[in-house]
Design a binder for this molecule. Structure first.
Ligand code: NZQ
Ligand code: ZN
Length: 386
């Protein structure tokens, strides 16, 4: 096992009926900006619950944050915060609203010219402070409610980039599984696939003698495989919704990454598909992951065999046959959630592969746990998904 440092201070308030507890978590004299998306919270009643709970607070609102949140929109919120001297933010929504709020929280206090620096100068310029914020999560998927990452899209340049900092960890996150009841099938499927692939990025690498982390990871995968279909079949199954919600949070709160190598190639390539074609984040992962498993079948061999055996019960055949079956099982699972796994199914033209290849070439970035996925491998991975 590798050395590691781990600290996760995010307070989680979990369960049915817990949204009104938001009032206990925010300082009494705070000047709050509540951030939200395209209006689902108004239809689902979450907006009213939050407004009621915070009726004695000084509360401003900023709605209209898009899925795959835009830098351009976030900068409008930064301006509002500066004008109104807001000192606490409350994100109410899914990963997009929470990510946007992180960027806004750090962007509002950034002394430089443009907080886009966090993305283009990642690891060189990081926020040293951010406005404190909390979250009311309405969509289990990203783990954003318990991590310090944010992914933002800049429309003018068709870029979708990530940054991470402990300064943008939420003070608290409220997770009420009843929020799942109002999700459309597509968002449930996306959430299951996103959480599943988060685990895979931290698990499907190479062995470092970390049986505990492996079993944590496998526990989350198995829970998603068992509970996911129940949520798809019956949106009002509270127990299944609760298990799904907690699995998605634990998939990306740093715990299963402790002391192990991490890949993240699927995400980095997937972000480009969203940047060029607006494909839902999780769906890009369902396209790319089978490609990475295929192209990296040698370097990932031991973990693919372990994953195939422990998650899908695949024990028969040569190593190569078992790997093929394991990739097929993974694709079957995503497809059973209603998520297609090839590029043509999303009408992605073959020219996009060349554009993405060029981007990775320019960035000179090497992806994967072995830093051996360069632009040529990116091309091979995407071509394997045609
Ligand atoms: O915008 P509104 O009207 O609120 O509707 C949303 C949106 O259209 C709707 N929705 C949310 N909760 C609902 C609901 N509809 C009915 N009932 C509810 N309870 O669902 C739609 C999708 O919401 P969004 O927040 O975009 O989805 P998700 O949570 O999947 O977030 C995706 C974003 O997170 C980033 C992705 O790249 C993408 O931009 N990620 C963030 C990560 C992180 N911070 O660690 C990691 C992930 O890998 C991911 O990259
Ligand atoms: Zn993801």
């Amino acid at each position: 096992m590798y050395n590691f440092e781990y600290r996760n201070p995010v307070k989680i308030i979990f369960g049915k009926g817990s949204i009104p507890k938001v009032a206990d978590e925010i300082p009494e004299n705070a000047k709050i900006l509540m951030t939200y998306g395209g209006g689902s919270i108004k239809r689902t009643g979450v907006y009213d619950q939050v407004k009621n709970a915070l009726k004695n607070f000084d509360l401003f609102e900023f709605g209209g944050i898009e899925p795959n949140p835009h830098y351009e929109t976030c900068m409008k919120a930064v301006e509002l915060i500066k004008n109104e001297k807001i000192d606490f933010l409350l994100a109410v929504g899914g990963g997009s609203v929470i990510d946007a709020t992180k960027f806004i929280a750090a962007g509002a206090l950034y002394p430089g010219k443009d907080p886009w620096d966090f993305f283009v100068q990642r690891y060189i310029i990081e926020p040293d402070k951010a406005i404190p914020f909390g979250a009311v999560l309405t969509l289990p998927a990203t783990g954003s409610e318990m991590n310090g990452n944010a992914v933002i899209t800049r429309i003018s340049t068709q870029e979708k980039l990530a940054f991470g900092s402990p300064k943008v960890l939420p003070q608290f996150s409220i997770l009420d599984p009843e929020c799942v009841f109002t999700l459309p099938d597509r968002q449930v499927a996306n959430g299951i696939v996103d959480a599943f692939v988060h685990v895979m990025e931290q698990y499907l690498t190479f062995p470092v003698n970390s049986p505990l982390q492996d079993r944590f990871a496998e526990g989350i995968l198995l829970t998603l495989v068992e509970e996911g279909p129940k949520v798809i079949a019956n949106r009002n199954d509270y127990e299944a919704a609760a298990n799904f919600m907690w699995s998605a949070t634990l998939a990306l709160n740093g715990l299963i990454a402790t002391g192990v190598p991490q890949d993240w190639g699927t995400h980095m390539i997937g972000h480009e598909l969203t940047a060029y074609h607006g494909i839902d984040h999780a769906r890009t992962l369902a396209i790319v992951l089978p490609g990475i498993m295929q192209i990296k079948r040698q370097s990932k061999k031991e973990k693919i065999l372990q994953y195939g055996e422990r998650i899908w019960g695949i024990t028969e055949g040569t190593d190569d046959e078992r790997i093929d079956k394991t990739i097929a099982k993974t694709v079957d699972f995503f497809e059973s959630m209603g998520v297609p796994c090839t590029l043509p199914e999303y009408d992605v033209p073959v020219e996009t592969i060349a554009k993405i290849k060029e981007r990775f070439k320019e960035r000179e970035s090497k992806l994967g746990e072995n830093k051996d996925i360069g632009y040529q491998e990116v091309e091979a991975i995407l071509k394997s998904r045609l």
